[in-house]
Ligand binder design. Sequence first.
Ligand code: NAP
Length: 340
Amino acid sequence: MRMALAITWNRWSTRAANGGWSLSQATMPRVAPGEVLIKVHAVGVNPPDWYLREGYKMLPPEWQPQVSFPLIPGTDVSGVIAAVADDVTHFRVGDDVYAMVRFPSGLAGDSRAYAEYVSAPASEVAVKPAGIDHAHAAAAPMSLLTAWQFLVELGHDVQNPLQPNQHQPVPLKDKTVVVNGAAGGVGHFALQIAKRQGARVIAVASGEHAQLLRDLGADQFIDYTKTAAEDIVRDVDLVVDAVGGPKAGRFLRTLKRGGALFPIFPLGFSGADEAAKLGVTVSSTQVRSSGQQLAQLAPLLDAGTIRAVIDSSYPLADARRAHERAAGGHIRGKIVLTVV
Ligand SMILES: NC(=O)c1ccc[n+]([C@@H]2O[C@H](COP(=O)([O-])OP(=O)(O)OC[C@H]3O[C@@H](n4cnc5c(N)ncnc54)[C@H](OP(=O)(O)O)[C@@H]3O)[C@@H](O)[C@H]2O)c1
């Protein structure tokens, strides 16, 4: 049986020397019809990686998927095609590609990206932007697709698990948009996409990120450690709250009637009545894998119109340290694991 290295996490051995983490040989992924095998060069780290590690305990019990341990975390990769199924005609061995693998379909542990090799449906894969390296390409998929699907194009008609109606992006040209959590993975892409779509952007983050966010195009910066954005901002068209959660409702008062609040993490939001009174739409969605959208976004990454910012990079074997870095918060862009 062919084997390849992968990071596994075993919650039952968290008291072991490496806290449950191990780099060990795992069975080489099989390539099913419609799939490709990717030799992974870099992996992007995302919040669902640690949600999975914790068995999604942040979700209400009725939503928690059945997670079996040990598991291989991760969804976002950049690498080189190592094999293609017979029915896949648009990729060849040797192509440089990037992907968000099986999300949300594999969120209970079937994406398995913290590894030397990962299999992926060809429909979720796109040719890597040639002008950026594998680390920057791996930094993009989940965060960039999230920002794109919220702000520009949903890209599918799968029922929204978070609300009865489908999420709908709103026009951004000549609008004023607040991006809260603007320095994080989703936030720094949301800021750049809103600018590209013609909006004026107010970025909210901690003060250390001011220069970066201005460099990425922010027209105004608010340091939330000194000033609460909701106390000074009024009459904006859209708030993208990339922090979200129970406190997202504080932004309702910053919006004009007819405006919209997009909590990227919508669980715990409780301002529906106030939103209705204020005439504000509150809408969210769950990001979905899309090779077609990654192909559409590749020229923007290639041209530097949208930049993936790397907070820090660790060898795959140090995935535990990468997760410790994430737990420390104040992430500036993306954390990446390098495989070769
Ligand atoms: N709906 C979906 O499909 C979807 C997809 C992807 C992610 N998400 C969710 O979206 C959230 C963000 O994900 P991410 O990958 O962007 O996380 P991230 O990279 O960890 O970014 C979070 C950012 O928020 C900032 N922040 C923390 N507290 C803040 C506050 N009180 N006010 C303003 N900024 C604050 C942090 O930086 P500073 O504090 O230093 O400014 C950090 O840069 C997560 O909850 C994730 O689960 C949802």
